[in-house]
Design a protein around this ligand. Structure first.
Ligand SMILES: Nc1ncnc2c1ncn2[C@@H]1O[C@H](COP(=O)(O)OP(=O)(O)O)[C@@H](O)[C@H]1O
Ligand SMILES: [Mg+2]
Length: 400
Protein backbone atom coordinates (compact mmCIF):
# COMPACT_ATOMS: atom_id res chain seq x y z
CA UNK A 1 0.00 0.00 0.00
CA UNK A 2 1.28 3.42 -0.88
CA UNK A 3 1.23 5.86 2.02
CA UNK A 4 -0.52 9.14 1.41
CA UNK A 5 2.33 11.53 2.19
CA UNK A 6 1.68 15.00 3.54
CA UNK A 7 2.78 18.00 1.46
CA UNK A 8 6.40 18.94 2.04
CA UNK A 9 6.55 21.49 4.92
CA UNK A 10 7.51 24.77 3.34
CA UNK A 11 9.85 25.91 6.13
CA UNK A 12 9.60 28.92 8.41
CA UNK A 13 12.00 31.80 7.87
CA UNK A 14 12.47 35.00 9.85
CA UNK A 15 9.93 36.90 7.70
CA UNK A 16 7.30 34.25 8.36
CA UNK A 17 8.05 34.43 12.09
CA UNK A 18 7.68 38.20 11.96
CA UNK A 19 4.33 37.85 10.18
CA UNK A 20 3.16 35.33 12.80
CA UNK A 21 4.21 37.58 15.62
CA UNK A 22 2.47 40.53 13.97
CA UNK A 23 -0.75 38.54 13.55
CA UNK A 24 -0.59 37.37 17.18
CA UNK A 25 -0.26 40.94 18.38
CA UNK A 26 -3.23 42.09 16.30
CA UNK A 27 -5.34 39.18 17.54
CA UNK A 28 -4.46 39.93 21.16
CA UNK A 29 -5.53 43.54 20.65
CA UNK A 30 -8.86 42.31 19.24
CA UNK A 31 -9.35 39.98 22.20
CA UNK A 32 -8.46 42.78 24.61
CA UNK A 33 -10.94 45.14 22.99
CA UNK A 34 -13.73 42.59 23.19
CA UNK A 35 -12.86 41.58 26.75
CA UNK A 36 -12.85 45.18 27.88
CA UNK A 37 -16.45 45.81 26.95
CA UNK A 38 -18.42 43.76 29.45
CA UNK A 39 -16.01 43.99 32.36
CA UNK A 40 -17.85 45.60 35.27
CA UNK A 41 -16.34 48.64 36.94
CA UNK A 42 -16.65 48.46 40.65
CA UNK A 43 -18.00 51.14 42.92
CA UNK A 44 -17.35 51.69 46.59
CA UNK A 45 -20.26 50.76 48.84
CA UNK A 46 -22.61 53.36 50.33
CA UNK A 47 -23.24 52.35 53.93
CA UNK A 48 -26.51 52.90 55.81
CA UNK A 49 -26.25 54.72 59.16
CA UNK A 50 -26.72 51.56 61.27
CA UNK A 51 -23.62 50.07 59.67
CA UNK A 52 -21.64 53.26 60.35
CA UNK A 53 -22.86 53.19 63.97
CA UNK A 54 -21.68 49.58 64.32
CA UNK A 55 -18.26 50.43 62.88
CA UNK A 56 -17.94 53.39 65.27
CA UNK A 57 -19.43 51.49 68.25
CA UNK A 58 -21.96 54.28 68.82
CA UNK A 59 -25.74 54.20 69.07
CA UNK A 60 -28.33 56.26 67.21
CA UNK A 61 -28.55 58.89 69.96
CA UNK A 62 -24.78 59.43 69.92
CA UNK A 63 -24.81 59.65 66.13
CA UNK A 64 -27.56 62.26 66.21
CA UNK A 65 -25.63 64.22 68.83
CA UNK A 66 -22.48 64.15 66.69
CA UNK A 67 -24.49 65.11 63.61
CA UNK A 68 -25.87 68.16 65.48
CA UNK A 69 -22.36 69.25 66.39
CA UNK A 70 -21.73 69.51 62.68
CA UNK A 71 -18.13 68.27 62.67
CA UNK A 72 -18.79 65.11 60.68
CA UNK A 73 -20.28 64.38 57.26
CA UNK A 74 -24.06 64.17 57.35
CA UNK A 75 -24.42 61.66 54.52
CA UNK A 76 -27.56 61.69 52.36
CA UNK A 77 -31.19 61.18 53.25
CA UNK A 78 -34.02 60.73 50.77
CA UNK A 79 -36.32 62.69 53.08
CA UNK A 80 -36.15 63.93 56.68
CA UNK A 81 -36.55 61.06 59.12
CA UNK A 82 -35.45 58.46 56.55
CA UNK A 83 -32.29 56.33 56.77
CA UNK A 84 -29.04 58.19 56.14
CA UNK A 85 -26.44 56.82 53.75
CA UNK A 86 -22.72 57.52 53.89
CA UNK A 87 -20.09 57.11 51.21
CA UNK A 88 -17.07 54.96 52.03
CA UNK A 89 -14.90 58.07 52.46
CA UNK A 90 -17.50 59.63 54.80
CA UNK A 91 -17.72 56.39 56.78
CA UNK A 92 -13.95 56.44 57.23
CA UNK A 93 -14.15 60.01 58.58
CA UNK A 94 -16.69 58.83 61.17
CA UNK A 95 -14.47 55.93 62.22
CA UNK A 96 -11.43 58.17 62.49
CA UNK A 97 -13.27 60.62 64.73
CA UNK A 98 -15.02 58.14 67.02
CA UNK A 99 -12.59 55.21 67.37
CA UNK A 100 -9.41 55.76 69.35
CA UNK A 101 -6.90 54.32 66.88
CA UNK A 102 -3.19 54.47 67.77
CA UNK A 103 -1.31 56.28 65.02
CA UNK A 104 1.95 55.39 63.35
CA UNK A 105 4.46 57.97 64.56
CA UNK A 106 6.19 60.20 62.00
CA UNK A 107 9.30 58.46 60.70
CA UNK A 108 7.98 55.00 61.50
CA UNK A 109 7.63 52.57 58.64
CA UNK A 110 4.54 50.70 57.54
CA UNK A 111 4.44 46.92 57.69
CA UNK A 112 4.50 44.38 54.88
CA UNK A 113 2.26 41.33 55.36
CA UNK A 114 2.68 38.44 52.95
CA UNK A 115 -0.21 36.01 52.60
CA UNK A 116 1.26 32.71 51.45
CA UNK A 117 0.75 28.99 51.16
CA UNK A 118 1.97 26.87 48.26
CA UNK A 119 -1.48 25.32 48.01
CA UNK A 120 -4.23 26.85 45.87
CA UNK A 121 -7.79 27.43 47.05
CA UNK A 122 -6.89 28.08 50.69
CA UNK A 123 -8.34 31.63 50.49
CA UNK A 124 -5.08 33.57 50.11
CA UNK A 125 -6.72 36.04 47.78
CA UNK A 126 -9.91 36.39 49.83
CA UNK A 127 -7.87 36.89 53.02
CA UNK A 128 -5.58 39.48 51.38
CA UNK A 129 -8.52 41.41 50.05
CA UNK A 130 -10.53 41.32 53.30
CA UNK A 131 -7.47 42.37 55.32
CA UNK A 132 -6.72 45.24 52.97
CA UNK A 133 -10.29 46.53 52.94
CA UNK A 134 -10.80 45.89 56.65
CA UNK A 135 -7.67 47.80 57.68
CA UNK A 136 -8.77 50.87 55.73
CA UNK A 137 -12.35 50.67 56.98
CA UNK A 138 -12.00 49.66 60.63
CA UNK A 139 -8.64 51.30 61.40
CA UNK A 140 -8.39 54.09 58.81
CA UNK A 141 -5.06 52.78 57.60
CA UNK A 142 -3.57 53.58 54.22
CA UNK A 143 -3.04 50.26 52.47
CA UNK A 144 -1.37 49.02 49.31
CA UNK A 145 -2.23 45.58 47.98
CA UNK A 146 0.29 43.91 45.72
CA UNK A 147 -0.97 41.19 43.42
CA UNK A 148 1.93 38.82 42.87
CA UNK A 149 -0.05 35.97 41.34
CA UNK A 150 0.18 35.94 37.53
CA UNK A 151 -3.43 34.64 37.56
CA UNK A 152 -4.39 38.09 38.81
CA UNK A 153 -7.41 37.25 41.00
CA UNK A 154 -6.77 40.16 43.35
CA UNK A 155 -6.57 42.54 40.40
CA UNK A 156 -9.92 41.17 39.19
CA UNK A 157 -11.46 41.97 42.59
CA UNK A 158 -10.86 45.63 41.73
CA UNK A 159 -12.94 45.35 38.55
CA UNK A 160 -9.81 45.29 36.40
CA UNK A 161 -9.13 42.57 33.87
CA UNK A 162 -5.47 41.70 34.51
CA UNK A 163 -4.99 39.95 31.18
CA UNK A 164 -6.58 42.56 28.97
CA UNK A 165 -6.04 45.86 30.72
CA UNK A 166 -2.69 45.64 32.46
CA UNK A 167 0.66 46.12 30.74
CA UNK A 168 3.89 44.69 32.10
CA UNK A 169 5.01 48.25 32.96
CA UNK A 170 2.17 48.61 35.47
CA UNK A 171 3.24 45.51 37.41
CA UNK A 172 6.42 44.89 39.38
CA UNK A 173 8.25 43.72 36.23
CA UNK A 174 10.22 46.96 35.65
CA UNK A 175 11.70 46.42 39.12
CA UNK A 176 12.56 42.82 38.28
CA UNK A 177 14.24 43.67 34.97
CA UNK A 178 16.16 46.48 36.64
CA UNK A 179 14.70 49.36 34.62
CA UNK A 180 13.51 51.06 37.84
CA UNK A 181 15.08 51.21 41.29
CA UNK A 182 11.87 50.97 43.30
CA UNK A 183 8.10 50.68 42.96
CA UNK A 184 7.10 54.26 43.69
CA UNK A 185 5.72 54.57 40.16
CA UNK A 186 3.46 51.55 40.42
CA UNK A 187 0.55 51.98 42.87
CA UNK A 188 -2.73 52.88 41.21
CA UNK A 189 -5.81 54.33 42.87
CA UNK A 190 -8.78 51.99 43.11
CA UNK A 191 -12.55 52.24 43.66
CA UNK A 192 -11.87 51.77 47.40
CA UNK A 193 -10.66 54.86 49.30
CA UNK A 194 -7.21 54.63 50.89
CA UNK A 195 -6.54 51.30 49.16
CA UNK A 196 -4.10 51.32 46.24
CA UNK A 197 -3.14 48.42 44.02
CA UNK A 198 -0.07 47.21 42.20
CA UNK A 199 -1.75 44.90 39.70
CA UNK A 200 -0.70 41.64 38.17
CA UNK A 201 -0.83 40.39 34.62
CA UNK A 202 0.23 37.21 32.86
CA UNK A 203 3.50 39.03 32.10
CA UNK A 204 4.54 38.31 35.68
CA UNK A 205 5.46 34.80 34.57
CA UNK A 206 8.47 36.45 32.88
CA UNK A 207 9.94 37.19 36.29
CA UNK A 208 10.58 33.46 36.60
CA UNK A 209 13.10 33.75 33.74
CA UNK A 210 14.45 37.20 34.47
CA UNK A 211 15.51 36.57 38.07
CA UNK A 212 17.45 33.32 37.45
CA UNK A 213 18.97 34.86 34.31
CA UNK A 214 20.40 37.65 36.45
CA UNK A 215 21.76 35.10 38.91
CA UNK A 216 23.54 33.31 36.08
CA UNK A 217 25.00 36.51 34.63
CA UNK A 218 27.60 36.13 37.31
CA UNK A 219 26.94 39.19 39.45
CA UNK A 220 28.20 37.83 42.77
CA UNK A 221 26.42 40.49 44.80
CA UNK A 222 22.98 40.02 43.24
CA UNK A 223 20.53 38.68 45.83
CA UNK A 224 17.50 37.67 43.82
CA UNK A 225 15.35 37.13 46.91
CA UNK A 226 15.69 40.73 48.10
CA UNK A 227 14.59 42.51 44.92
CA UNK A 228 10.99 43.01 46.02
CA UNK A 229 11.75 44.18 49.56
CA UNK A 230 14.18 46.78 48.21
CA UNK A 231 11.60 47.96 45.70
CA UNK A 232 8.87 48.31 48.32
CA UNK A 233 10.98 49.90 51.07
CA UNK A 234 10.50 53.54 49.92
CA UNK A 235 6.72 53.05 49.90
CA UNK A 236 6.63 52.23 53.61
CA UNK A 237 6.69 55.91 54.51
CA UNK A 238 3.40 56.46 52.73
CA UNK A 239 1.55 53.20 53.46
CA UNK A 240 0.70 51.78 56.86
CA UNK A 241 0.42 48.33 55.29
CA UNK A 242 1.48 46.58 52.13
CA UNK A 243 -0.40 43.29 51.73
CA UNK A 244 1.10 40.83 49.25
CA UNK A 245 -1.09 38.14 47.72
CA UNK A 246 0.99 35.28 46.32
CA UNK A 247 0.67 32.46 43.81
CA UNK A 248 0.27 28.88 45.06
CA UNK A 249 3.77 27.94 43.90
CA UNK A 250 7.29 28.13 45.21
CA UNK A 251 8.43 30.51 42.51
CA UNK A 252 11.10 33.20 42.38
CA UNK A 253 8.35 35.75 42.95
CA UNK A 254 6.89 33.90 45.93
CA UNK A 255 10.36 33.66 47.47
CA UNK A 256 10.68 37.41 47.03
CA UNK A 257 7.26 37.91 48.63
CA UNK A 258 8.19 35.78 51.64
CA UNK A 259 11.44 37.70 52.09
CA UNK A 260 9.66 41.03 51.65
CA UNK A 261 7.20 40.31 54.46
CA UNK A 262 7.67 41.73 57.94
CA UNK A 263 5.17 39.05 58.80
CA UNK A 264 3.54 36.08 57.09
CA UNK A 265 -0.03 34.87 57.29
CA UNK A 266 -0.58 31.29 56.17
CA UNK A 267 -4.24 30.52 55.54
CA UNK A 268 -5.05 26.85 55.83
CA UNK A 269 -8.24 24.86 55.29
CA UNK A 270 -8.65 22.13 57.91
CA UNK A 271 -8.65 18.97 55.84
CA UNK A 272 -6.06 16.20 55.92
CA UNK A 273 -4.67 16.99 52.48
CA UNK A 274 -4.16 20.67 53.29
CA UNK A 275 -2.49 19.73 56.56
CA UNK A 276 -0.07 17.50 54.66
CA UNK A 277 0.68 20.22 52.16
CA UNK A 278 1.24 22.72 54.96
CA UNK A 279 3.84 20.40 56.47
CA UNK A 280 5.59 20.64 53.13
CA UNK A 281 5.20 24.43 53.18
CA UNK A 282 7.05 24.72 56.49
CA UNK A 283 9.79 22.42 55.38
CA UNK A 284 10.39 24.33 52.12
CA UNK A 285 9.98 27.69 53.83
CA UNK A 286 12.48 26.91 56.58
CA UNK A 287 14.96 25.44 54.07
CA UNK A 288 14.59 28.55 52.00
CA UNK A 289 15.07 31.09 54.76
CA UNK A 290 17.88 29.06 56.33
CA UNK A 291 19.54 28.29 52.99
CA UNK A 292 19.56 31.81 51.64
CA UNK A 293 20.64 33.22 55.00
CA UNK A 294 23.73 31.04 55.06
CA UNK A 295 24.69 32.56 51.74
CA UNK A 296 27.91 34.45 52.23
CA UNK A 297 26.41 37.71 50.95
CA UNK A 298 23.73 37.84 53.62
CA UNK A 299 24.98 39.85 56.52
CA UNK A 300 21.66 40.77 58.11
CA UNK A 301 19.57 37.77 59.03
CA UNK A 302 15.83 37.83 58.56
CA UNK A 303 13.59 37.99 61.62
CA UNK A 304 9.85 38.03 61.02
CA UNK A 305 7.63 40.03 63.38
CA UNK A 306 5.29 37.03 63.39
CA UNK A 307 4.28 34.08 61.26
CA UNK A 308 0.66 33.17 61.86
CA UNK A 309 -1.67 30.46 60.65
CA UNK A 310 -5.24 31.37 59.88
CA UNK A 311 -7.64 28.44 59.98
CA UNK A 312 -10.16 29.25 57.34
CA UNK A 313 -13.07 27.96 55.26
CA UNK A 314 -13.87 25.59 58.11
CA UNK A 315 -16.65 23.21 57.08
CA UNK A 316 -19.16 21.93 59.64
CA UNK A 317 -17.68 18.42 59.68
CA UNK A 318 -16.17 16.33 62.48
CA UNK A 319 -13.02 15.75 60.39
CA UNK A 320 -12.49 19.53 60.21
CA UNK A 321 -12.57 19.66 64.03
CA UNK A 322 -9.99 16.89 64.14
CA UNK A 323 -7.61 18.56 61.69
CA UNK A 324 -8.13 21.89 63.48
CA UNK A 325 -6.93 20.16 66.65
CA UNK A 326 -3.83 18.84 64.87
CA UNK A 327 -3.06 22.33 63.62
CA UNK A 328 -3.47 23.94 67.04
CA UNK A 329 -1.43 21.19 68.75
CA UNK A 330 1.37 21.50 66.19
CA UNK A 331 1.59 25.24 65.67
CA UNK A 332 0.35 26.46 69.08
CA UNK A 333 0.68 30.22 69.52
CA UNK A 334 1.33 30.63 65.79
CA UNK A 335 -2.38 29.92 65.21
CA UNK A 336 -4.50 33.08 65.13
CA UNK A 337 -7.34 32.97 67.67
CA UNK A 338 -10.00 33.44 65.03
CA UNK A 339 -11.80 30.91 62.86
CA UNK A 340 -13.24 31.73 59.46
CA UNK A 341 -16.12 29.37 58.67
CA UNK A 342 -16.99 28.01 55.27
CA UNK A 343 -20.15 29.82 54.25
CA UNK A 344 -22.16 30.01 51.04
CA UNK A 345 -22.17 33.80 51.40
CA UNK A 346 -18.36 33.98 51.27
CA UNK A 347 -18.32 31.62 48.32
CA UNK A 348 -20.92 33.60 46.40
CA UNK A 349 -19.43 37.02 47.02
CA UNK A 350 -16.01 35.94 45.83
CA UNK A 351 -17.51 34.25 42.79
CA UNK A 352 -18.69 37.77 41.91
CA UNK A 353 -15.25 39.20 42.72
CA UNK A 354 -16.37 41.03 45.80
CA UNK A 355 -16.17 40.53 49.56
CA UNK A 356 -18.54 41.02 52.48
CA UNK A 357 -17.00 44.46 53.01
CA UNK A 358 -18.25 45.40 49.54
CA UNK A 359 -21.81 44.72 50.67
CA UNK A 360 -23.42 47.88 52.03
CA UNK A 361 -26.16 45.83 53.65
CA UNK A 362 -27.41 42.30 53.39
CA UNK A 363 -30.93 41.36 52.36
CA UNK A 364 -30.65 37.74 53.52
CA UNK A 365 -30.34 36.44 57.06
CA UNK A 366 -28.42 38.64 59.47
CA UNK A 367 -26.96 35.51 61.03
CA UNK A 368 -25.48 34.37 57.71
CA UNK A 369 -23.89 37.80 57.30
CA UNK A 370 -22.55 37.92 60.85
CA UNK A 371 -21.13 34.42 60.67
CA UNK A 372 -18.61 35.50 58.04
CA UNK A 373 -18.27 39.26 58.72
CA UNK A 374 -17.54 39.02 62.45
CA UNK A 375 -14.53 36.67 62.26
CA UNK A 376 -13.03 38.84 59.53
CA UNK A 377 -13.57 41.98 61.64
CA UNK A 378 -11.81 40.19 64.47
CA UNK A 379 -8.94 39.15 62.19
CA UNK A 380 -8.46 42.73 61.00
CA UNK A 381 -8.46 44.05 64.57
CA UNK A 382 -6.08 41.32 65.77
CA UNK A 383 -3.58 42.12 63.04
CA UNK A 384 -3.77 45.87 63.54
CA UNK A 385 -3.43 45.45 67.31
CA UNK A 386 -0.23 43.45 66.77
CA UNK A 387 1.11 46.16 64.49
CA UNK A 388 0.24 48.89 67.00
CA UNK A 389 2.11 46.93 69.69
CA UNK A 390 5.13 46.64 67.35
CA UNK A 391 5.04 50.34 66.50
CA UNK A 392 4.82 51.14 70.20
CA UNK A 393 7.89 49.00 70.96
CA UNK A 394 9.83 50.51 68.07
CA UNK A 395 9.19 53.96 69.57
CA UNK A 396 10.99 52.81 72.74
CA UNK A 397 14.13 51.03 71.56
CA UNK A 398 15.30 50.48 75.15
CA UNK A 399 12.42 48.03 75.73
CA UNK A 400 13.45 45.64 72.93
N1 LIG B 1 -15.11 31.48 54.00
C1 LIG B 1 -15.34 30.88 52.83
N2 LIG B 1 -16.36 29.99 52.67
C2 LIG B 1 -16.57 29.38 51.51
N3 LIG B 1 -15.86 29.57 50.40
C3 LIG B 1 -14.85 30.45 50.47
C4 LIG B 1 -14.52 31.15 51.67
N4 LIG B 1 -13.45 31.94 51.42
C5 LIG B 1 -13.13 31.75 50.13
N5 LIG B 1 -13.94 30.86 49.55
C6 LIG B 1 -13.88 30.32 48.19
O1 LIG B 1 -12.70 29.54 48.09
C7 LIG B 1 -12.14 29.65 46.79
C8 LIG B 1 -10.65 29.91 46.90
O2 LIG B 1 -10.45 31.17 47.49
P1 LIG B 1 -9.22 32.08 47.04
O3 LIG B 1 -9.23 33.25 47.98
O4 LIG B 1 -9.27 32.38 45.59
O5 LIG B 1 -8.01 31.10 47.38
P2 LIG B 1 -6.49 31.14 46.87
O6 LIG B 1 -6.13 32.55 46.58
O7 LIG B 1 -5.70 30.56 48.02
O8 LIG B 1 -6.42 30.26 45.67
C9 LIG B 1 -12.88 30.75 46.09
O9 LIG B 1 -13.65 30.18 45.09
C10 LIG B 1 -13.77 31.37 47.13
O10 LIG B 1 -15.05 31.58 46.57
MG1 LIG C 1 -5.31 33.44 44.88
Amino acid sequence: MKLDLAPVPRGVDADELLALSDRSGKMLQKIRDSMLQPFPRKQAPIYPSNKVQALCSIDKTKMNYLLKRGELPTGKQEAPGRMRYFTLAETMQWVKKTVDIPERAPGQKGKIITVGNFKGGVTKTTTSMMLAQGLTLRRCRKVLILDLDPQGSTTTFFGINPHAEIDAEQTILPLVDGSVEDLRHAPMKTYWDNLDLIPSSTDLFNAEFMLPAKVHQGDETFQFWKVLRRGLEPLLDEYDYIIIDTAPTLSYLTINALFAGDSIIVPVVPDALSFASMVQFWSLFSDLIGGLQSNKHTEDSKVFDYIDILITRIPKKPTAELVKDWIIKTYRDHVLPVEIPETPLAMNTSAEFSTVYDMPSYDGSTDAYRRIAEPFDRLVDLIDNKTCALWETEKQPSLI
